[in-house]
Design a binder for this molecule. Structure first.
Ligand code: UDP
Ligand code: MG
Length: 347
């Protein structure tokens, strides 16, 4: 099959581009990343002669404890392209990203981390793939040399488990991706509170493409993803895309019942025909009790995880809450913050 890029583009350069960047404690990284991304995109737009293209960088402050919001406001003053959104507290990477995406209305929207670990130069290739017809373009890390051994091996393990469970994921793709307006609209129809965006997007269909890039280290600041958060995200991905663990409980229960049936037959047989009413050993009693006891606890735990998530889903609480908005194009005092913006997730 010929590479799509060998054919001529089917679309013009996008008329508008939104880049959404979730930021949690990124006061050190933003002064480096914002100008880099804006310069890069301005020159890309100029090179394509798309002078009418409206570029916007949506920086979402996800309840940072450092000066991130002040930095974002400064940048909105400096760059007309910058729109800042402040969330009322820390809602987590996935929800912050969703908050930004829900405000995007451009022809294409690209999600990017604030630390420049995802090479912004890859955006050019992403837009090319869009012009050749892709509705979703996944950024894929070529190699993970800059990640720690721990992060690399846990990631490999995660993709293996997800694969084994039959969950469709793009290998080594995190949240660096381009979506057309059409794909974004579909994404925003997913109302789940247990949000695993990369899984949702991969499950949507449409014509997709992949752009490879080398992942570098953070330009500044430190990671917000500790082990607990990584595990939490992996578990959300697994549990919100597969009910196989529940089926495994049923299968385990089936085999345990078979085993008990054999034990029952054996006990009856020895009582009736061998006259052994009193079993001398305690091991044969204690072992099954502890085995089945722990099996039951484990099963209850797995079911509990699902119930907990169902509980969160049925409450339908907002996945993010807006506190404030600054718009680089409206710093003359005109209002960029309307009442209906407060809970953008309500509809
Ligand atoms: N992030 C966020 N909210 C959080 C944690 C992270 O918005 O609760 C943002 C963070 O600012 C960054 C992106 O998500 O832009 C990825 O996080 P990070 O770089 O800390 O993770 P890593 O790249 O180490 O996996
Ligand atoms: Mg990072």
């Amino acid at each position: 099959m010929p590479d799509v890029l060998e054919q001529s583009p089917v679309r013009a350069f996008p008329g508008s581009i939104d880049i959404v960047v979730p930021c949690h404690n990124e006061a050190e990284a933003l002064p480096l990343s914002t100008p880099t991304v804006i310069d890069l995109m301005r020159s890309l737009i100029a090179r394509n002669g798309a002078n009418d293209c409206r570029l916007r960088l949506v920086l979402v402050d996800d309840g940072s404890r450092d000066r991130t919001w002040e930095v974002i406001k400064d940048q909105a003053r400096q760059f007309p392209e910058v729109t800042g959104i402040k969330l009322a507290r820390n809602f987590g990477h996935q929800n912050a990203l969703l908050g930004g995406l829900s405000r995007a209305n451009a022809e294409v929207v690209i999600s990017l981390d604030a630390d420049l670990q995802d090479d912004p130069k890859a955006m050019e290739a992403m837009i090319e793939k869009y012009r050749h017809g892709a509705e979703i373009v996944f950024g894929v890390r070529e190699e993970r040399a800059t990640d720690t051994v721990f992060k690399r091996s846990t990631a490999v393990g995660f993709y293996r488990i997800m694969n084994a469970l039959g969950i469709n994921l793009v290998h080594n793709h995190a949240d660096y991706r381009l979506m057309s307006r059409k794909a974004l609209r579909v994404l925003l129809e997913y109302n789940e509170v247990n949000l695993f965006l990369r899984g949702v997007v991969a499950s949507m269909g449409f014509k997709t493409a992949i752009v490879e890039y080398a992942r570098s280290s953070r330009v500044a600041g430190s990671t917000s993803y500790n082990i607990a958060k990584m595990l939490g995200l992996a578990l959300t991905g697994l549990l919100s895309f597969s009910s196989l663990p529940l089926r495994m409980i049923a299968v385990a229960g089936f085999f345990a019942s078979l085993l008990s049936l054999f034990i029952a037959l054996w006990v009856l047989f020895s009582a009736l025909f061998e006259r052994q009413y009193i079993v001398p050993g305690w091991a044969s009693l204690l072992l099954p009790i502890s085995l089945f006891g722990s099996l039951q606890l484990l099963s209850a735990g797995i079911i509990g995880e699902y119930i907990g998530r169902i509980y969160l889903e049925v409450k339908r609480r907002p996945r993010f809450i807006l506190d404030d908005v600054v718009d680089g194009r409206r710093l003359d005092g005109s209002v960029a913050f309307r009442d209906e913006d407060v809970v953008a997730d309500a509809d």
